[in-house]
Design a protein around this ligand. Structure first.
Ligand SMILES: *Cc1c(COP(=O)(O)O)cnc(C)c1O
Length: 371
């Protein structure tokens, strides 16, 4: 292979936004811990994955779909869209399928945002919002948080003539905070209609608060709202990468224009459809999460640790010492959690709710590390 001319600065060739970009830091994979520390029976509570494993029905559907892997997938995802349309009671033209819902978040930036625009999100909001914003060279406007959650008045005050998109995770990751449906709708009602509001409901299925409401309940009246959902969390299909957006048909059309022709693979399409129909699996997932949440909260209280009350399948807790050090020591005990210093939360760690045994292992390791 011919070698590159010397002193070519490839980073300088990148667009200005990409040059300043920090890649997304995923939770540490179990295989990596095994490689680096020789620990083989570790528990991973770092990526908000479903501890039940996949729905047997989804797994069977994915296996069956693999038989046909020489064929391209259905580029329009007709069968899944039809199932989603029935399940959510929304017209098929309002759906956009993504390779994970992160894919849909990226469509938003690519299809709607230029370097002249501003994109607003809150402090401690999901890490993908700054990444997709910066990748297209737009200006990120970060609003202050309130009690770790979103301050809608601060977001409203930050809207300018350049604002094109506002990202809101409800509930938010990594804080687990949430916004009442009525407050969110009142906020959207007051916005200029050319500001697109993305309401990211990756953890929607877990929420049991009476005042919480999915934006799908009210967004039909607002053509500038996109709701995103995923099969990665409560539906247990993170490894297959599939999520979706629901929007006004005109907005869905704009987003579908930047979608790659076959962005969602056949196994994911089939598994998602089967998962959607497996309401028993979903109910078990949510019940396990509620029990695990109580178990972890009780554990934190026993250890005298402060945590941010969460409605998701994870919880962020505060350490009396350097959180990075606690993270490292937990790793050596075979427990992988998530550092959140990159979310401006250097004193916190985020732990995903696992099975009862996994939660117990985490709490025992934490107690040991802190003693
Ligand atoms: C996990 C997560 C997502 C989506 O993940 P995908 O696997 O890409 O669907 C989106 N938003 C938030 C807030 C998340 O935590």
């Amino acid at each position: 292979m011919p070698s590159l001319p010397e002193r070519v600065d490839l980073l300088a060739l990148a667009t200005p936004g990409v040059r300043g970009l920090q890649p997304y830091q995923p939770g540490k994979p179990l295989e990596e811990l095994a490689r680096e520390y020789g620990i083989r029976d570790a528990v991973k509570l770092a990526s908000n994955e479903n501890p039940l494993g996949p729905s047997p029905k989804a797994l069977a559907a994915a296996r069956a779909a693999l038989e046909d892997m020489t064929r391209y997938p259905d580029g329009n995802g007709f069968a899944l869209k039809q199932a989603l349309s029935r399940h959510l009671d929304v017209a098929m033209e309002r759906l956009v399928l993504g390779n994970g819902s992160n894919d849909v978040l990226e469509f938003v930036a690519r299809a709607l945002v230029t370097p002249e625009h501003e994109v607003i999100f809150s402090r401690h909001a999901f890490a993908v919002y700054p990444i997709v914003t910066q990748a297209v060279g737009a200006r990120a406007v970060v609003t202050p948080a309130r009690d770790w959650g979103y301050d809608l008045a601060a977001i409203r005050a930050a809207v300018s003539e350049r604002t094109r998109v506002i990202f809101i995770a409800n509930p938010n990751n990594p804080t687990g905070t949430w916004l009442p449906g009525a407050e969110l709708e009142a906020f959207v009602r007051e916005l200029p209609p050319e500001v697109v509001v993305v309401i990211d409901e990756a953890y929607h299925e877990y929420v049991r608060e009476p005042a919480y409401a999915s934006a799908l309940d009210w967004c039909q009246a607002y053509p500038n709202v996109l709701v995103t959902r995923t099969f990665s969390k409560a539906y247990g299909l993170a490894g297959l990468r599939i999520g979706y957006g629901v929007a006004h048909p005109d907005l869905a059309d704009v987003l579908n224009r930047v979608r790659q022709p076959f962005n969602v693979n056949s196994a994911a399409l089939a598994a998602a459809q089967a998962a959607l129909e497996d309401s028993d699996y979903l109910a078990r997932s949510v019940a396990l999460n509620q029990a695990g949440m109580r178990q972890l909260q009780a554990g934190f209280e026993r250890l005298g640790l402060t945590y941010i009350p969460s409605v998701g399948n994870f919880i962020s807790f505060e350490l009396p010492m350097d959180a990075g050090e606690v993270y490292q020591r937990l790793l050596r005990q075979g427990v992988i959690v998530r550092p959140v210093a990159n979310y401006d939360m250097p004193r916190h760690l985020r732990v995903s709710i696992g099975t009862e045994d996994e939660n117990q292992r985490f709490l025992a390791a934490l107690e040991q590390v802190l003693s």
